[in-house]
Ligand binder design. Structure first.
Ligand SMILES: Nc1ncnc2c1ncn2[C@@H]1O[C@H](COP(=O)(O)OP(=O)(O)O)[C@@H](O)[C@H]1O
Ligand SMILES: [Mg+2]
Length: 576
């Protein structure tokens, strides 16, 4: 909470002025019912029109001043609060983007999104609620009771009966309503997730004839949302109706007691009218206090969730590690790593590559291929061992300098709804000839030329208007375009046919002499020419060497190679 309030600091001067305005407005508001009573008790019986008008004007001026002061301070405070929350959201976004992958795994992406949206909304509501009602309400409550006591002690006792009842009903109602609203929010999140999955997975769903199944799944979440929404509104409606009932009964009681006292000559009709106004003012204040308490409780919880992110220490700091004495372009030395600190996802991994060499990595899904890439990019830090680039431990290289060394095409990368050129450049402002050359190396030149507008051809979201192989080639072009020191292609040629894949490999070795290449592939043919091949299984290296050596030394590798050769043979035969 302290962290959140810090954002209001620059506006403290304004908030002080707003506080004064609110205070004045509340005092004026307190005087309106008395003025009303005076019109009835003093001005009306006097028979003097000018006196009635004078009293009427006095009341109107009070009302006008109150409204103007309240409105302008509400608008101003809401303006500053939105500004403060905007900065808070900006900083949160900044912080989320600097979280390490391990920290983000811990927070989860979905929760990061909620914190940026719903939680900042709750905080805004709390701050606005406190500014607009938090000052005015207690003044009206306490001041109202003091004035009411002076007007008539007997009627104030009726008031004392009503206020706790209304407050209790409101607080109790909120206590029941809050979990119901949370449940509604969860149901709504669930529905959004389901729709999202359906929209992104719509082709798979159709292809697998799962449409009916998905429809049922949606029906279920939709019905759940409707039920939870109804539940929540029922509680709200019960609460407000009970309160209306209490207020009406109390008002009736008050009029009854008041009428008896007028009858006995103990008070005037004007005082009853004034009293009714105080009654409304005070009971409304009681309801507002219950609402403020709810907003503060929600807002504090959200501020807490926000603070959890801000308090995360900066992970993956740059460390002071001396240069290694036996440098090469890239080295993994006895690397061990586990995502969750349980079973190892990579163990005892060691290899060395010279500048311009190619490393091929092959292994079943889940064997740790992408994990190796994640460690090299320092998305995670190794648990044991070290990774060196030209003898420099990657933990001792500045973030930006480290990232600049790489050109990467990951499995999870995607294209954006922009031109082909901007997708290859990816907003790095690379020279146009680099982009064209990259497209050529990535075997994308021909299909780009065939598209209307060529490099200006607009891609749909996630490149939906391209084939799988075309998308992969653009991602490879993007990775190659910066002429990186180290090129990483993580399973990024799987959708290419054998011939294009072979041309790609040739172009890479002809054009990127100095680039050290890491190629993760499912096909033996994609990595057969590599200077070094790693065969991974369950995070362990079960074979390491060149293609010819592995055919003899690694049974699994030989097995994969044999099966794939047969498949290629069949494919070629079919084509023939
Ligand atoms: N962020 C993560 N948190 C926990 N476990 C992970 C994470 N990413 C991958 N894993 C696990 O690590 C293992 C290796 O995954 P990965 O390197 O992606 O395999 P692949 O060889 O298919 O690229 C798998 O068992 C996977 O479930
Ligand atoms: Mg992978």
């Amino acid at each position: 909470m302290k962290h959140t309030l810090k954002y209001l600091k620059p506006y403290m001067g304004f908030f002080f002025v707003i506080l004064l305005a609110k205070l004045t407005a509340a005092v004026l508001e307190l005087m309106i019912p008395s003025a009303l009573g005076d019109i009835l008790d003093i001005a009306a019986p006097s028979g003097s029109v000018s006196l009635i008008v004078r009293y009427g004007l006095k009341m109107a001026i009070f009302a006008l001043c109150t409204a103007t002061l309240n409105m302008s301070s509400n608008i101003t405070s809401s303006h500053f609060i939105h500004k403060a929350v905007e900065r808070l959201r900006q900083d949160l976004f900044q912080k989320v983007s600097t979280l390490s992958s391990a920290q983000l795994d811990d927070v989860t992406e979905a929760s990061a999104v909620t914190r940026l949206t719903s939680d900042t909304y709750n905080i805004t509501q709390m701050l606005i609620g406190c500014m607009t009602m938090g000052i005015r309400t207690p003044i009206l409550m306490v001041g109202g009771i003091i004035v009411a006591l002076q007007e008539d002690v007997m009627l104030t006792l009726v008031l004392f009966l009503a206020v706790p009842m209304v407050t209790l009903v409101a607080i109790h109602g909120n206590r029941i309503a809050v979990p119901k609203f949370r449940a509604r929010q969860a149901a709504s999140d669930h529905m959004v997730r389901t729709v999202q999955e359906n929209v992104t997975g719509i082709r798979v769903i159709k292809a697998l004839s799962k449409t009916e199944h998905e429809k049922k799944r949606f029906d279920a979440v939709n019905a759940d949302l409707a039920e939870k929404t109804m539940d929540a509104s029922l509680v709200s409606s019960k609460k407000s109706n009970t309160n209306i009932l209490i207020l009406n009964l109390m008002q009736a009681l008050m009029i009854l007691v008041g009428a008896l006292r007028v009858n006995a000559g103990l008070m005037t009709a004007g005082k009853i009218v004034a009293f009714m106004s105080y009654f409304t003012m005070i009971t409304n204040a009681a309801l507002n206090i219950a609402n403020i308490l709810m907003m503060v409780s929600n807002g504090t919880a959200s501020a807490q969730r926000m603070a959890e992110i801000f308090e995360k220490p900066q992970d993956l700091q740059v460390q002071d590690i001396p240069q290694d004495e036996n440098p090469c372009a890239l080295e993994f030395r006895n690397v061990r790593f586990s995502y969750l600190g349980q079973a190892d996802n990579l163990e005892n991994l060691s290899f060395r590559l010279e500048k311009g060499q190619t490393l091929g990595i092959i292994g079943a899904t889940g064997s740790g291929k992408t994990t190796l890439v994640n460690l090299l990019l320092r998305f995670y830090d190794v648990d044991e061992g070290a990774i060196f680039i030209h003898g420099q431990d990657i933990r001792s290289i500045e973030d930006g300098a480290l990232r600049e060394k790489f050109g990467v095409a990951m499995q999870s990368d995607f294209l954006v709804a922009d031109t082909t050129q901007n997708n290859i450049d990816f907003y790095r402002h690379l020279p146009k000839e680099n982009l064209l050359e990259a497209a050529k190396i990535a075997q994308a030149e021909e299909f780009i030329r065939e598209k209307e507008g060529g490099m200006d051809y607009p891609l749909a979201i996630k490149g939906a208007n391209l084939s799988g192989g075309q998308k992969q080639r653009l991602l490879i072009a993007r990775a190659v375009a910066s002429k990186p020191e180290i090129l990483i292609l993580d399973d990024s040629s799987s959708a290419l046919d054998y011939r294009t894949d072979a041309s790609l490999r040739r172009a890479l070795s002809e054009n990127l002499h100095d680039t050290t290449k890491i190629i993760v592939a499912q096909r033996v043919s994609s990595i057969a020419n590599a200077d070094l091949i790693l065969v991974l299984e369950d995070g362990k290296v079960i074979g390491q060497g060149k293609h010819q050596d592995l055919l003899h030394s690694c049974e699994e590798y030989a097995h994969i190679a044999r099966i794939q050769m047969e498949a290629v043979g069949e494919e070629v035969a079919h084509c023939g």
